[in-house]
Structures are given as structure tokens and as C-alpha cells.
Design a protein around this ligand. Structure first.
Ligand SMILES: [Ca+2]
Ligand SMILES: [Ca+2]
Ligand SMILES: [Ca+2]
Ligand SMILES: [Ca+2]
Length: 282
């Protein structure tokens, strides 16, 4: 009898210990989940959090935009806290140049423009559910990873620019490289032309850029190139686009700021006749 009671007590105690262990484990899991949520939130400074209100962005068939002058140089940190970004308009970059029409979870893009005498500033906001790096070492297949392409023609001359520098088609990669063809017909980096910092919050991506303007005298073999100073009322050739790769090792879509962009909407990297424009205003 005594032995039976002892066995029963032992079984009860064991069940109790198992329950206590399970409850402790569940409490531990809950505490871990809370910690993860807190860490994610605390890694995102308040001023970096993207503004979820979505005022309409302006579409412009001809891709002709205004850039507002900023009196304060911007901080290129991928955050939109700079005061000029609060007042500048959102412009749309959602004309489908290549690929099938997209829904707003696959891609949606818009941008703002600002300037001072030294830089053209661009803030790009892109919704993209898969951010894919440029393939290979960044130079290979540089138009096939997710990237922002900035087309610039400093004097609005128009014309062929594929292997000269009277205009540029800067491919800005997820790694922060700036890539285009050189006069030698080789693919080269122009990393010191554009300072870029990206910021990501889930499927939203901010690309903040400060861009130097170079004229047609730019020499890729010289270290003495001097950027052009930007003045009020100056106008340049400009378009902007996003190449969307969602894991198929290719550019599945190409979406831009102007309704059309030349032959197959893919003429911008060759011919600056197809660019839209920016007017710099005070
Ligand atoms: Ca900033
Ligand atoms: Ca996508
Ligand atoms: Ca030119
Ligand atoms: Ca993508």
C-alpha cells in the first residue's frame, strides 16, 4: 500500500514538473518574440521610418519635371528627414517600358527632386517585394539586378551617347555602384558621380542620391574633371527608371518616368533624344 502511494506521488510530481517545464518554455518563447519585435523597431530610427501616407504622385507623359532648390545641403543617409523632402512633390515612375503590367505589390515607384549649386538630389521610393543584387560581380549583367537608372544630359543636346560622355545612363546598383559604358566601350564604374544610400523597411526601399553633373568634356581617363555648377532656370535632359528583378536572373520589368523612351522603350542607354527633362527653380 505504502509502495503504491509512493509510486502515485512520484507520477503526480513528475506530471507537475513536466507542466512547469512546459509553461516555463512557453513563457521563454513569448519573451523571445517580444524581444525580436523590440529589436526590429529600435533598429529603425524614428526619422527613418517611411511615411505611410500616400499622396498622389504626378504622372507626366513628357517626363518634364521641376527640381526645387534647397538652402541646406542634404544628408545622404537613405532617410527623408531633410526639410526639402517635406515640401517637394512626388513624381511617378510607373510607365511600363518593358515587361507585363505590374501590380502595386510587385512594383510601385515615385521620386522627388531637389538641387543646390553642387548636386542634383533624388529621393526614390520603390515598393518591390524581392530585392535582388546585381548578378556576378556587379559589372556583369549590370542591368539585370534590381537597380535605379538615372539618365542625364547636362546640356540637353540629345544624340547618341552610348560610348561617349555627352550624356550618361547611370545604372545605380543595390550595392551602391554606378555603372555605364565608357568611351573604350568597356563597362566601368562612375561611383564618384553619385553618392547613394539605401534604406529598407519591409518591401519599401528608399534610394537617396546626390549627383554631380558632368558636361560633354568629361574624360574618364582624367582625375581633373570638374562638375558643372547648377544655376536657377538651368534645364537638363533627364529620365529615371527602375529595373525589377524578382529572382528570375533577369530584368522582368523596366518602369520609367516618361510615357515612352524610344525604340522598344529601351533606347535611353544609347540615345539621349528620348530623355525627358528637369528645370531647376529657386
Ligand atoms: Ca537624407
Ligand atoms: Ca518586384
Ligand atoms: Ca549632351
Ligand atoms: Ca525586385
Amino acid at each position: 500500500m505504502e509502495v503504491k502511494r509512493t509510486v502515485e506521488n512520484f507520477v503526480k510530481t513528475k506530471k507537475l514538473m513536466t507542466m512547469v517545464a512546459m509553461i516555463t518554455f512557453i513563457l521563454f518563447l513569448v519573451s523571445c518574440l517580444n524581444k525580436t519585435a523590440t529589436q526590429t523597431a529600435s533598429n529603425t530610427p524614428d526619422y527613418c521610418q517611411l511615411n505611410l501616407e500616400t499622396p498622389n504622385s504626378q504622372s507626366n507623359v513628357d517626363g518634364a519635371f521641376n527640381a526645387q532648390m534647397t538652402l541646406v545641403p542634404l544628408t545622404i543617409d537613405g532617410c527623408s528627414k531633410d526639410s526639402i523632402w517635406k515640401s517637394a512633390d512626388w513624381y511617378s515612375m510607373n510607365y511600363v517600358w518593358l515587361g507585363e503590367p505590374v501590380d502595386s505589390t510587385d512594383y510601385h515607384g515615385r521620386f522627388k527632386l531637389a538641387w543646390d549649386s553642387q548636386f542634383l538630389y533624388i529621393l526614390v521610393e520603390v515598393i518591390d517585394e524581392h530585392l535582388n543584387p546585381t548578378l556576378a560581380n556587379g559589372k556583369e549583367n549590370y542591368w539585370k539586378g534590381d537597380y535605379v537608372e538615372v539618365f542625364l544630359d547636362e546640356d540637353r543636346s540629345g544624340g547618341i551617347h552610348q560610348y561617349n560622355h555627352q550624356a550618361f545612363a547611370y545604372h545605380v546598383s543595390t550595392e551602391g555602384h554606378v555603372i555605364d559604358k565608357g568611351a573604350s566601350q568597356e563597362t566601368i564604374f562612375f561611383d564618384n558621380h553619385i553618392e547613394v544610400v539605401r534604406f529598407q523597411e519591409e518591401n519599401r526601399h528608399l534610394w537617396e542620391m546626390a549627383i554631380k553633373l558632368f558636361d560633354d568634356q568629361f574624360d574618364e581617363n582624367s582625375t581633373d574633371n570638374v562638375p558643372v555648377k547648377i544655376l536657377n532656370k538651368k534645364s537638363i535632359g533627364f529620365s529615371i527608371a527602375y529595373g525589377d528583378n524578382d529572382g528570375n536572373n533577369n530584368r522582368e520589368n523596366f518602369m520609367g518616368s516618361k510615357m515612352t523612351h524610344g525604340i522598344n522603350n529601351d533606347d535611353g542607354y544609347i540615345n539621349s533624344d528620348v530623355f525627358g527633362s528637369i528645370l531647376f527653380i529657386e
